[in-house]
Write a protein that binds this ligand. Structure first.
Ligand code: NDP
Ligand code: TDO
Ligand code: MG
Length: 284
């Protein structure tokens, strides 16, 4: 699939590179998302058949004190990309987050549910979504959650480091969501892209997360179990782990629309975790 991908070093971008060696990946040096017009120019000039945005400002706490940058990268740039793609009739795939929701209740969120971001990251990601939806064209937004991979920074790699350093860890147990392997996100994007290029795509906002839903503490326990590490994990509440940005308590995503419209099912994240641990073992 001849794709133009924004992002080169990120988790999803690196997994996309494994699936799409023929695609073109634009790093920060080729397209800086703080310059939305430059992103639009790259799309205007491309000979690719489809555009994927896998870049974002993902430092959730740092965004609280760096809102202007986060707003350009997560808000203005995806909007400009979507307009440029629509102007050329190119399908556009964009990735978003569970953090657009306020985390209330316990029911899995549907794509059309009321949003209510609790912090700057979620707010700016929502602005990006709104810009993509307003641009029209064959655009799909894939909201996902709790992404992990062998690449970059993520909760799995943090836990492996802390689990080797410490005998005991305190992990929040009142935030519930679906950990999602970046490799499965990349595969979902490729499958959606192919269906769009075949004329079978449906524009809209979709959810995609690994199953089952768990707390961060339970996620940590499974990481340690599979990795053969034995730190004691204590459940704590969000109020006992203060952070600059507030995070949603309920991040459960209802992913059934993606299965209905694109035939893509929720991946079992324990399997993706095993693959990630194998890759990390053989590369470290
Ligand atoms: N990580 C997660 O847990 C989750 C992520 N998502 C979403 O999934 C998508 C992919 O995330 P993920 O792969 O984890 O992201 P990463 O944090 O792994 O990577 C982010 C990427 O964006 C790039 N980037 C950041 N700022 C700029 C900029 N100004 N110009 C150009 N590139 C920039 C980074 O480049 P560089 O290396 O140069 O900084 C990096 O390649 C994003 O849309 C994110 O919001 C959704 C839910 C959960
Ligand atoms: C390291 C650590 C974290 N935690 C908590 C903090 C937080 O609530 C949770 C996860 O920590 P993180 O810093 O990985 O969380 P965070 O960076 O907020 O992860 C989010 O990233 C963005 C990009 C998304 O889009 C979200 O889907 C989500 O994946 O674990 C502990 O309770 N104890 C610990 O020792
Ligand atoms: Mg983080």
């Amino acid at each position: 699939m001849k794709a133009l991908v924004f992002g080169r070093t990120g988790q999803v971008a690196q997994e996309l590179a494994l699936l799409l060696p023929e695609a073109e990946f634009l790093g920060r040096d080729r397209a800086d998302l703080t310059d939305p017009a430059a992103c639009a120019d790259a799309i205007a000039a491309t000979d690719a058949a489809i555009v994927i945005n896998a870049a974002a400002y993902t430092a959730v706490d740092k965004a609280e004190s760096d809102a202007d940058t986060a707003r350009l990268v997560n808000g203005a740039a995806p909007a400009a990309m979507a307009r440029a793609a629509a102007a050329r009739d190119l399908p556009f795939l964009h990735v978003s987050t569970d953090y657009v929701f306020d985390g209330s209740g316990t029911a899995p969120w549907q794509a059309g549910d009321r949003t209510g971001p609790l912090g700057v990251y979620g707010q700016t990601k929502l602005e990006g979504e709104d810009g993509v939806r307003a641009a029209g064209g064959m655009a799909a937004i894939l909201r996902t959650s709790w992404v992990f991979s062998p690449f970059g920074n993520n909760f799995v790699k943090t836990m492996l480091r802390l689990g080797r350093e410490r005998d005991a860890l305190s992990i929040v147990a009142d935030q519930i969501g679906g950990p999602t392997p970046a490799g499965d996100i990349a595969a979902a994007l490729v499958a959606m892209g192919r269906q769009m290029l075949d004329g079978r795509g449906i524009a809209g906002t979709y959810h995609f997360a690994g199953t089952p839903d768990v707390s961060w503490a339970d996620f940590a326990r499974e990481i340690f179990r599979q990795a053969g590490l034995t730190p004691k994990v204590t459940d704590i509440r969000t109020v006992d782990y203060p952070t600059p940005a507030k995070r949603p308590a309920n991040s459960r995503l209802d992913c059934s629309a993606l299965t209905r419209d694109y035939g893509i099912a929720r991946p079992e994240w324990t399997k993706g975790l095993a693959r990630v641990l194998t890759i990390l073992e053989t590369t470290s």
